[in-house]
Design a protein around this ligand. Structure first.
Ligand code: NAD
Ligand code: IPM
Ligand code: MN
Length: 361
């Protein structure tokens, strides 16, 4: 039976990196006889320009019907000043996450040994780094109500958001994190701000209540400010980190840099049945869009995660990851991961090198 994959290129570098991931998918599709059928749709600014909405109903319907989704990135200066905030490209992405109930966001930060020199930290601090950040993705301050900007009696305006998590929302993301830790090095660090915010006092309590169900997992807690510091001081102390939507957004960008570049960090966003959307952790990089220099590896590695988590093709996923390692062994580097003695290549060259490595392997 065929599996349906929906491709959403999005904006900025999105189309440039997605097209390379698609070449890689095409190769594994025939090589491993996967029977994947790919379709494409618009999301973000590209969808706004065409249909007047960052998430047209037709795109959401296709996403709901697909077995998995691969997304590039959304957003850009062209749409930053839209009067109606609901029409911003980012709302398209947030609408997909909430519409499909993709609450479990996995962001693995792995340092490929070949990239030790590209990390901004000393090789001995990062070598062997392998962290999984589990980020709650459909709740917290991103979605809490009430929210808005209002005018006070004195004529001054104030902006407000609500940071809220219910016990069941905490429990389901904690379960993803405990289960992930169980399959790895069995250490789970929950990141919160329980010294100040009640919502995270509850978060901590729920994790503690669940800990006895996972006696093999060592649970610890850390305040988010300390966690940010520890990530750049001694990142290898972490195995799995679990946190809410906003803290996870920030910490995963910091963790990305440990691996050499944000252009290396893939992600999976999963619902309760492991149906998922896969995307690089980075954005649409308007500063380099259209130049053919963006790193497509985070997107290619996201495609590998898609094969592993939602489509059950672990062998094809392994092959893609091995091919990425192979091109790094060959010394090929996009500008963001370039270091002296390596060979600088374009987005397209990098994608095609992964394809060649797959065909050879
Ligand atoms: P960004 O991640 O797009 O870029 C940050 C920096 O990293 C830039 O200097 C960029 O050139 C670089 N970079 C990012 N991806 C790269 C890659 N693959 N290869 C090489 N360099 C890369 O973040 P930003 O500049 O804060 O945001 C730009 C736009 O993207 C905004 O509209 C934002 O809302 C949006 N955004 C979208 C997503 C998403 O779609 N998931 C994620 C983050 C930001
Ligand atoms: C990410 C992005 C998004 C987020 C934005 C574009 C809505 O930064 O995927 O990390 O904040 O979740
Ligand atoms: Mn982000």
């Amino acid at each position: 039976m065929s599996q349906q994959v929906l491709i959403l290129p999005g904006d900025g570098i999105g189309p440039e990196i997605v097209v390379e991931a698609q070449k890689v998918l095409d190769v594994v599709n025939s090589k491993f006889n996967l029977g994947l059928v790919c379709d494409e749709a618009l999301v973000g600014g590209a969808a706004y320009d065409e249909f007047g909405s960052p998430l047209p109903e037709s795109t959401l319907a296709k996403a709901q019907a697909a077995d998995a989704i691969l997304l590039g990135a959304v957003g850009g200066p062209k749409w930053d000043n839209l009067e109606d905030r609901e029409l911003r490209p980012e709302k398209g992405l947030l609408g997909l996450r909430s519409g499909l109930e993709l609450f479990g966001n996995l962001r693995p930060a792995i340092l490929y040994p070949q990239l030790a020199a590209a990390s901004s930290l000393k090789p001995e601090v990062v070598s062997g780094l392998d962290i999984l950040i589990v980020r709650e993705l459909t709740g917290g301050i991103y979605f809490g109500q009430p929210r808005g900007i209002r005018t006070l009696e004195n004529g001054e305006r104030e902006g407000f958001n609500t940071y809220v998590y219910s016990e069941s929302e905490i429990r389901r993301i904690a379960r993803v994190a405990f289960e992930s830790a169980r399959k790895r090095n069995k250490k789970l660090c929950s990141v919160d701000k329980a010294n100040v915010l009640e919502v995270t006092v509850l978060w901590r309590e729920v994790l503690e209540q669940m800990a006895p169900e996972y006696p093999d997992v060592e649970l610890s807690h850390m305040y988010v400010d300390n966690a940010a510091m520890q990530l750049v001081r001694a990142p290898k102390q972490f195995d799995v980190m679990v946190t809410g939507n906003m803290f996870g957004d920030i910490l995963s960008d910091a963790a990305a840099m440990l691996t050499g570049s944000i252009g290396m960090l893939p992600s999976a966003s999963l619902d309760k049945n492991n149906k998922g959307m896969y995307e690089p952790c980075h954005g649409s990089a308007p500063d380099i869009a259209g130049q053919g220099i963006a790193n497509p590896l985070a997107t290619i590695l996201s495609a590998a995660m898609m094969l592993r988590y939602s489509l059950n093709h672990a062998q094809a996923a392994d092959a893609i990851e091995a091919a990425v390692s192979d091109v790094l062994d060959q010394g090929l580097r996009t500008a963001d991961i370039y270091s002296e003695g390596t060979h600088k290549v374009s987005t397209q060259h990098m994608g095609e090198a992964v394809v060649a490595a797959l065909q050879k392997g």
